[in-house]
Design a protein around this ligand. Structure first.
Ligand SMILES: [Zn+2]
Ligand SMILES: [Zn+2]
Length: 251
C-alpha cells in the first residue's frame, strides 16, 4: 500500500512539496513586485500599485500614451494619428504602459506560463477597469496562432478573455483566424497593418456593443483588424481592451 511503501513515501513527500510550492506562488499573500507581505488579499502593496506605469493620459481611441502636457479634457483626448484617421474601434481601454516591471510581468505570464503573473495581470485589469462590464455585451479575444499556442502550451489571450468575461458575467464570442499571419515582432506600423489585414472573421452576427481583447497593444494593428471584422458582423460600438500599451517610441 501507498503508506507502507518505502519507495513511494519519498516520492509522495516530493510531490506534496512541489504542489505546495506551486500553490504558494499562485496564491496572493505577498507583493508580486517587492515581496513585502500584504494582508488585504491583493497581490501588490500600496507603494507598488501607485508606482505602476499607469496609462492615464492616453488617446481615447487607440490608447497611445500621450505626454501629460497635452492633457486637456481627458474624455476627448485623441492622438494626432487618430485625429487624421480614426481607427475602426470606437474606444480603447488599456490601463498600463508596456514599460519596466510590466514588461517582466507580462513576459513571465506569456512565455513562462506563470500562473501568479497571470493572476496579478487579471487583478490589475479588473481593479483599473471597474466599469468594464458596461463597455460591451460580449467579449471577443484575438484568436491565437495554432503553432505558437502549441509551443507556448496555452492560448494566453483566450485565457485572459475568459477570465474577464467570467468576472463581468458576459459571453465570449469566438473569432476565426482566416490565415496564419507571420509574427508582428520587428515590423513597423505600416507592415504590421498589412500583415493582419483581413485576418479575422466573425461567423455569427454580433450585438451592437462589443469588447475586443488582446494582452499587449503594440501599434493596435491586430486589434484594429479584429475591430473591422466585428463591424462587418454588425457591431456598432467596439472597445479595444488590453493589459498594456507600448509607447510609440519603443516600436
Ligand atoms: Zn510591493
Ligand atoms: Zn490615437
Amino acid at each position: 500500500m501507498w503508506r507502507d511503501s518505502k519507495i513511494l513515501q519519498p516520492l509522495a513527500r516530493e510531490l506534496l512539496a512541489w504542489i505546495n510550492a506551486r500553490l504558494k506562488r499562485a496564491l496572493p499573500g505577498y507583493c508580486a513586485f517587492c515581496r513585502v507581505a500584504v494582508a488585504d488579499g491583493l497581490p501588490w502593496c500600496v507603494d507598488c500599485y501607485v508606482e505602476m506605469p499607469w496609462n492615464h493620459s492616453a488617446c481615447r481611441l487607440c490608447a497611445e500614451p500621450l505626454p501629460a502636457a497635452t492633457l486637456g479634457s481627458l474624455a476627448s483626448l485623441r492622438c494626432g494619428r487618430c485625429l487624421r484617421r480614426p481607427p475602426a474601434q470606437s474606444a480603447a481601454r488599456v490601463p498600463l504602459r508596456y514599460e519596466g516591471r510590466m514588461i517582466r510581468l507580462i513576459q513571465r505570464y506569456k512565455f513562462s506560463a506563470d500562473a501568479r503573473a497571470g493572476e496579478v495581470l487579471i487583478q490589475l485589469m479588473l481593479a483599473s477597469l471597474a466599469q468594464g462590464a458596461g463597455l460591451g455585451d460580449a467579449l471577443i479575444g484575438v484568436p491565437g496562432h495554432q503553432e505558437r499556442t502549441r509551443e507556448q502550451g496555452f492560448d494566453h489571450t483566450a485565457w485572459l478573455t475568459r477570465r474577464l468575461a467570467a468576472n463581468w458575467k458576459l459571453p465570449v464570442i469566438s473569432a476565426e483566424r482566416l490565415r496564419e499571419t507571420p509574427s508582428q515582432r520587428g515590423l513597423d506600423r505600416i507592415s504590421r497593418r498589412r500583415n493582419v489585414r483581413r485576418a479575422f472573421l466573425l461567423a455569427e452576427p454580433l450585438p451592437a456593443t462589443v469588447m475586443i481583447v488582446d494582452d499587449v497593444m503594440t501599434t493596435g494593428a491586430t486589434l484594429e483588424s479584429l475591430a473591422i471584422a466585428c463591424r462587418k458582423a454588425g457591431a456598432e460600438h467596439v472597445t479595444a481592451v488590453a493589459f498594456a500599451r507600448t509607447p510609440s517610441t519603443r516600436i
